[in-house]
Design a protein around this ligand. Sequence first.
Ligand code: N01
Length: 530
Amino acid sequence: MTTLVDALVVGAGFGGLRTLHTLRSQGFSVAVLEAGDDIGGVWQFNQYPGARCDVESYDYSYRFSPELEQEWRWSERYATQPEILRYINHVADRFDLRRDIELRTRMERATFDEATARWIVEASDGRRWNAEKLILAVGQLSTPKDTRYPGQDDFTGRVISSARWPKDKVDFAGKRVAIIGTGSSGVQMTPVIASDAAHLTVFQRTANYSIPAANAPVTDAEDRAVKADYPARREAARNSPSGLGFVPDNRAAIDVPEAERNAAFETAWNRLGFGFALTFKDILLDQQSNDTASAFIRGKIAEQVDDPDLRAKLTPGDFPFGTRRPSVDSGYFTAFNRPNVSLVDISETPIERFTEHGIRTTDAEYPFDLVIYATGFDAFTGSLLKPQIVGRGGCTLREKWSAGPVSFLGIGVHGFPNMFVIVGPGSPSLLSNVLLSTEEQVDWLAALFDHCRRAGINQIEATEAAERDWVAHVNKRAQETLYPKTPSYYLGAEIPGKPRVFMPYSGGVRGYRRILEKTAAKGYEGLTLR
Ligand code: N01
């Protein structure tokens, strides 16, 4: 049996739910396929201890409903994963979204049928959908890297992935625990597990910069103040470079007298979290200015770590701050002052293998009851390339993106009519408050779909020229920044053999929105509508 819908959305995380709500409100019939056994996307899968958002709660929340904005009460400045998941579930109930969501349903294949200009979508259980529009809201960090060391099957303890955290409570009391990986996931869980475990060993390959979250409970007065003028907060976020609401000091950091610059860094360090990168306008653009920020953070890390040897190992090396995504932490560095926490620098003594009782590096064997992989994701493209997506002329998305993802505006792909990607590569995506970027794109698509419906258009496709120009523009903007200097998942460096292409759009959410608006104002220039 084939179910006929106007739009088939893949993924029931923040992006998929917003798309469902908006398109349904416009009168389109929508089905959402979700591989997981519940809604929430990454917030469903990443239930590790200490998981929380590094964008402030009031900004990492939907803006589409003023009633929702007023009725939801965030308890902390940076919400924990359970609170975010409660919010997502509240939204799903409040807007009656569940009835159009198929859980435990993985899209295996989508094929564009040229005769009807519709997508034939097949799930792994054999069910089929026939949809005019295929909307991929599969997330940018939703396919975990499949890290596996030799000998893992011999290990008699438990192995857990941070990105597929088990639903049952994991008890750390009395246990010897290992964390492999020191990105945001490892950094967030370290202090929490350290306070429970008998011993925690963190295996670090690359020391990264981390800024304190400065988390705090939200007081009633703060809540009232935000809600009294929520539209102004939203507008500030939309007009800030990353969608966080911070506008940088418009001077080059290097031009500011040292004492004044350090005072500004100090203020940002104590309050801004991720926004520290926006203290001055050129921290991510100019090496010398970046050096001032990097040196400041290195000094702050040193102040937090007692042991000189540990301090040296935990201090990030010779790459510019922010060119790998920095973490936002709550007691990461000070956790290493505890007697039950140790660090193994696997850039010096790499892991060789798991053994029956633990992990062996090139210079020692460490016994464990539990090993946690926090080794990250196949970022940006992992989940988009997992299903077989077949466009016009039998060309697959995997073939089309074999040298790296190409798109127009990060939304449409030439050769794949009526297929749309939400916060995909080529859009501000992970360089922005992703939820804000999601809503910008969904609103833009909703207007495009409405325009096409009125005009009797049923095929929307990026032109080859527009796609080429957009890719060139994304690359040009990236080259103006320091990002390409450092191997990172922004560049595809997290997976051996992955094409080295800078994937997110670094031109900022405001600049990106203006381009979206201009495209629409010019009759959706760059898209073929027929
Ligand atoms: O993953 P990562 P993550 N052996 O890729 C190491 C978002 N997020 O899950 O750098 C040993 O950042 C790897 O080392 P190296 C956020 O956007 C947000 O922590 O490759 N180690 C690195 O240390 C974040 O950036 C929140 O040398 C290996 C780590 O594992 C993104 O998700 C919370 C290895 C991976 O770090 C990803 O974060 C959590 C191996 N084989 C995540 N392979 C919020 O706060 C990799 N590593 C919202």
